[in-house]
Design a protein around this ligand. Sequence first.
Ligand code: PLP
Length: 394
Amino acid sequence: MNQRMYELGSKRSVIRELFEFGKQRAREVGAENVYDFSLGNPSVNPPQVVEDTLISLLQTENPTELHGYTSAQGDYSVRKAIADYIHAAHGVPSDPDYIYMTCGAAASLTITLSAICNAGDEVITFRPYFTEYKVFAETAGAKLTALPSDPETFQIDIDVLEKAIGERTAAVLINSPNNPSGVVYGEETIQKLAELLREKSRAFKKTIYLVTDEPYRELVYGTVKVPYLTKYYRDTVVCYSYSKSLSLPGERIGYIFVNPSADRAKELYLSVCGAGRALGYVCAPSLFQKLIARCQGISSDISVYEGNRDLLAGALREYGFECVQPDGAFYLFVKAPEKDADAFCERAKKYNLLLVSGDGFGCEGYVRIAYCVSRDMIRRSLPAFRKLAEECGL
Ligand code: PLP
């Protein structure tokens, strides 16, 4: 057996353990008294158009074609619909021949990093970061370096990045809106990042790619805008997924978009096709490819998440907890009132509050609270949070 795979398969995940604990507590105290904030599973139904389109596809399309193989990189008409949407929505050049359909953002990232990296390369990201990045980078033969963000805002610290980029840096990987901080990187940050990557690419006489992980692009609140990165940095690869925007995480559908203006863009796209082939990620689910082609520009009702955020963040601040304002995604990243976030999560369990320690996201002393849950559960959980705050002396 391959030792690395064995270890990946046998390590118990914190979230899995919480899930088991939650089930056990539900049997003891009743499901309505357990407040599970651990999972990033959308709590809003997919928009009605998803169901209508699925029914229409099933009723009108030739079943052999509908459920059959598409080309390895995805059906051409689907890629064309996505390319047209990217161009119309963001005003950037796009092209169906630079889009590769995938089984969600996890596949998009694993393929992209494998396409870019050679053994011994480095991928840089920022803390806190989605736990699986380390696995994706290592599968690509690279090492993940996670840099601290600005501790007040969780924005990228350009000075720290400036010092960290080296000869073996193949890519910088960012995620905005961010899981777990909820932070969105503003235009000024992106401009500085792009300028630095251009400067470092020149200095090291190579292309340093910007890989952007965007499953939460549409989940932003108020007037906040998420800059479209190919506009700012030529050598960008966008890793997208419909898991959160259309509430379809179990259907496994997303795409990779290689900027057609990137340096040696055709070779980069062919490397993406090669990595998809090598990893067995060819021909993303056919029915859902055809579905999303007809749902471009549509998202689930994100106002529900915004209401959840306002209710929960407002109450937690009132009880004395501290967190940065999340402008997007559906997570609050809350400062643990004690140094050891794992100990704080254990304390929270006494009140049947299931929270995830920030240690797994590379950021000690914080906990993640996923507010993609029912409004009712948030309301019922507030007395438990208040008692927890009191126990911690807030
Ligand atoms: N990237 C981030 C930041 C995520 O939060 C997730 C899932 O929660 C993924 C990637 C994986 O997304 P998908 O389910 O589309 O593979």
